[in-house]
Design a protein around this ligand. Structure first.
Ligand code: AHR
Length: 523
């Protein structure tokens, strides 16, 4: 197992090289052209969104500790989580599933907590106590400043159950019996839920529909959705990965006759694993990044297929579940199903994926990493009163200046990195990234440098402008599998410094296995 870069020594995050050209020898240079006058589209903050499901330790022990807990909480919601969520900007949180959504009856989760039914959990390993329901989820969203995205139950539910949920959430107090019930349950103000997913993975755990059968159901579910001042943003369950058959057959049915209201089509892409969450070879490091980078192909090909049926581009693409999914073995609590220790490798996957979304800001309306806490590609791990941010959290925070900015085209050139997938030769990009403009002067550039062991000299050229000042923030570590634990919460954390500016272009050394953000102020 080769997962130590050795030559950087054991200085950890403090070892990141922030010097200019010549500070370190690097093999094969890179150029990054930032085409400031070639806008792609506005980067919606929603592509930095989250996913929370009633599974393992996401809700119970993750978000929800309960109002009587000794763990610091605000009305039952874990306070440390709220404090950190506020650092990530105003985005969207998807709930209650996942597969759980297609077995969830929203009425189970309202009313006095002591009277709520206990159900056989969708993920079988626990009883669902329903202590966390619509009001508690909305409390969490409001505390964080985030918008809710509800996934409705198509698999075991009905159109009227869905429509009642919309009415319960959004009708003004006094308007209907359901609105009055919401008021009696503690929330006079409507929740104003705009994002509604109609089922989840309807090709699989959401009902094992054919695309045609699902499209029929979609029509029934969306035929009448009350507005109450909030235009519903209705989302259809899209493909498993890049399954073109699902997409083409769904859309062929959708255009055949009346087109049901449809704002977006939601694909899921888990790039899986290579090796283990924390034990992997250098080849497996590259293979993981390579698999993650398939998101680029998926977006291009799904978007092209959608365009065959929707040339006016009324329907946007959403990726409402994405991330690395490693085999079991690094759970911090055995009750936390699919919990995994996220390391530097997962942080680079997150960064390269977010860069892909930025580069496709004209197509992707929302993306939700799976999942927020204690599950799969988490930003946070928590157990009782212990709490830690994963390296992926730092990437999300580093990328915040992109929110709401205008994505501009980036051309990165560098020799590809050769590696092996089993016995097969493969190649991976060495440097990739994205850039955005905000206002007249501010430019944010984020770059992923994939090489496991060697730095690279890079020239970042701003086409059509000159930089007056540049700061850089770097996330890296000498160990490819470096991760944060309750005992060492800052093992992987970003470092900031001034960057080297020469005559309007930037000459930098990108550390091995790093994510770098440049904050540029134009002259
Ligand atoms: O995120 C875990 C599960 O993965 C979700 O419930 C499901 O939608 C997907 O298959």
């Amino acid at each position: 197992m080769i997962n130590r870069r050795g030559f950087l020594g054991a200085a950890g995050a403090g070892a990141v090289a922030l010097g200019g050209l010549g500070a370190s020898r690097a093999a094969g240079g890179a150029t990054v052209d930032v085409l400031l006058d070639e806008p792609i589209g506005t980067i919606r903050p929603e592509i930095y969104s989250h996913f929370t499901e009633h599974i393992g330790g996401v809700i119970y022990d993750g978000i929800w500790v309960g109002p009587d807990s000794k763990v610091a909480n605000i009305g039952g919601v874990r306070k440390q989580l709220v404090d950190h969520m506020k650092r990530l900007g105003e985005v969207v949180v998807r709930w209650p599933g996942g597969c759980f959504a297609d077995a969830y009856h929203w009425r189970d989760g309202i009313g006095p907590a002591a009277k709520r039914p206990r159900r056989f959990g969708r993920w079988k390993e626990v009883t669902e106590p329903n202590a966390f329901g619509t009001h508690e989820f909305m409390r969490f969203c409001r505390l964080c400043g985030d918008a809710p995205y509800f996934a409705a139950n198509v698999g075991m539910g009905s159109p009227s159950e869905f429509q009642d949920w919309v009415e319960y959430c959004n009708a003004p107090a006094g308007a209907t019996t359901l609105a009055d019930e919401r008021v009696a349950n503690g929330d006079r103000d409507p929740f104003g839920v705009a994002y509604w997913g109609v089922g989840n993975e309807s090709w699989g755990c959401g009902g094992k529909f054919t695309p045609e059968d699902y499209c029929r159901e979609y029509r029934r579910f969306t035929e009448w959705v009350p507005e109450y001042g909030v235009k519903p943003y209705l989302i259809a369950a899209g493909p498993n990965g890049n399954d073109m058959d699902w997409t083409r057959r769904f859309f062929a049915k959708w255009v055949d006759g009346a087109r049901a209201p449809l704002a977006a089509f939601a694909a899921h892409y888990y790039c899986g694993t290579t090796g283990h969450a924390l034990e992997f070879s250098v080849d497996q490091w590259y293979e993981m990044l390579h698999k993650a980078n398939f998101m680029e192909t998926l977006i291009r090909e799904q978007w092209a297929a959608m365009g065959e049926f929707d040339p006016e581009r009324r329907v946007k693409l959403i990726i409402d579940e994405w991330g690395c999914w490693h085999p079991p073995g690094t759970e911090i609590n055995p009750r936390h199903l699919y919990e995994q220790m996220g390391c530097l490798r997962d942080a680079l996957v997150a960064a390269l994926t977010l860069d892909v979304f930025n580069r496709h800001a004209d197509k992707v309306d929302m993306a939700n990493v799976a999942q927020l806490i204690n599950n799969i590609h988490s930003l946070f791990l928590a157990d009782g009163d212990k709490f830690v941010c994963t390296p992926t959290f730092h990437v999300f925070e580093m990328y915040r200046p992109h929110h709401g900015a205008t994505s501009v085209r980036v051309e990165a050139q560098s020799p590809e990195v050769p590696f092996k997938i089993g016995n097969r030769d493969a190649k991976l990009f060495r440097v990739a990234g994205s850039a955005s403009r905000a206002g007249a002067k501010a430019v944010t550039i984020t770059l992923v440098h994939s090489h496991a062991t060697e730095p690279v000299e890079a020239e970042v050229r701003l086409k059509g402008a000159e930089a007056a000042s540049v700061r850089k923030t770097v996330l890296s570590h000498a160990e490819l599998n470096a991760h944060n634990t309750f005992e060492t919460p800052d093992a992987v954390a970003p470092m900031s410094a001034d960057a080297d500016l020469r005559g309007g272009s930037l000459r930098v050394v990108l550390d091995p296995a790093s994510v770098t953000r440049f904050d540029v102020i134009l002259s």
